[in-house]
Write a new protein. Structure first.
Length: 288
């Protein structure tokens, strides 16, 4: 017997899947899950949680999934040579893309949150712009809460470089003194305004695009020194592939500091550490 019913949004490839990679911090993950569940988006919305080799988190999700029918989790065990950091994150994000059956993919780190209208505003932006990749702005907050207003960029290992980079972002209009909003953008014009800066949490990207434009998984020792994360590799890959990009102009991501990419003084016990171990490029044997 043939099925003549209309296909569901999921079957026809519509809807959004939010991808979260997590490891050893279920309390933060719980806040993240609630943030996705609270979205005002009325289309098909799924939440795929990729667990990075952590039995404690799998046990937590087994209890949580019963109360959240849109939540799916998968476990990815580590190889003996794998460690925390952008190479591992890139591999897990790319793996997650292969499991998605919706038209769109968004990302949310386990220690961050969306504003309730985040997905709505990005889908509206994608429809209006007809771009297969759109992004928002973000709000920077301390791990404990409260707006981050310091005049230094928290992703630089050196204090002077952090202050210089922040001043450069002020001149380009990306940040403003006294505000915790980061107006990330992809501006390819020549001259002093040129900037390519988008955090992974801000993206809404077509699944087909991410199946073709994968996040590069190779990271060099210089990448470690410069604190280049998978966020940087993804936006560079999209630009290199000439994927049209638009911005919602709304700061709908609440980005909490204290993760591996900006906890450079190892202040927080929950934060994984990125220690370059020679496996960022597979064949490289150079060590820190």
């Amino acid at each position: 017997m043939s099925d003549t019913s209309e296909p569901s949004a999921s079957q026809s490839g519509e809807g959004v899947t939010v991808v979260t990679v997590t490891r050893r911090r279920p309390q933060l993950l719980e806040r993240c899950i609630k943030s996705v569940a609270a979205q005002s988006y009325q289309g098909v919305l799924k939440h795929l949680v990729v667990v990075d080799d952590c039995a404690e988190t799998i046990a937590f999700l087994a209890r949580t999934a019963c109360a959240n029918g849109h939540l799916r989790s998968v476990l990815s065990e580590r190889q003996p040579w794998e460690s925390s950091g952008p190479p591992r994150m890139a591999r897990l994000r790319n793996y997650a893309v292969t499991l998605v059956d919706t038209r769109w993919i968004a990302f949310l780190d386990d220690d961050n949150e969306y504003e309730p209208g985040h997905i709505d505003s990005l889908v509206a932006c994608a429809i209006a712009s007809r771009c297969p990749a759109v992004h928002s702005y973000r709000q920077l907050l301390y791990f404990e809460g409260g707006a981050y207003l310091e005049a230094r960029w928290p992703w630089c290992r050196d204090l002077k470089r952090a202050e210089d980079y922040y001043r450069g972002l002020v001149q380009k209009g990306v940040v403003e003194a006294g505000s915790n909003v980061v107006r990330d953008r992809v501006d390819l014009t020549m001259g002093p305004s040129r900037i390519v800066l988008v955090d992974t949490n801000e993206w809404l990207i077509g699944a087909e695009v991410l199946r073709k434009v994968k996040i590069p998984e190779d990271f060099s020792y210089q990448d470690w020194l410069d604190n280049i994360a998978e966020d940087d590799k993804l936006v560079d890959a999209l630009v290199a592939a000439q994927v049209p990009i638009a911005c919602s102009g709304r700061a709908t991501v609440k980005y909490y500091l204290g993760g591996y990419s900006n906890d450079l003084s190892h202040e927080y016990s929950h934060s994984e550490r990125w220690i370059f171990n020679g496996h960022g490029r597979g064949r490289s044997k150079r060590r820190r």
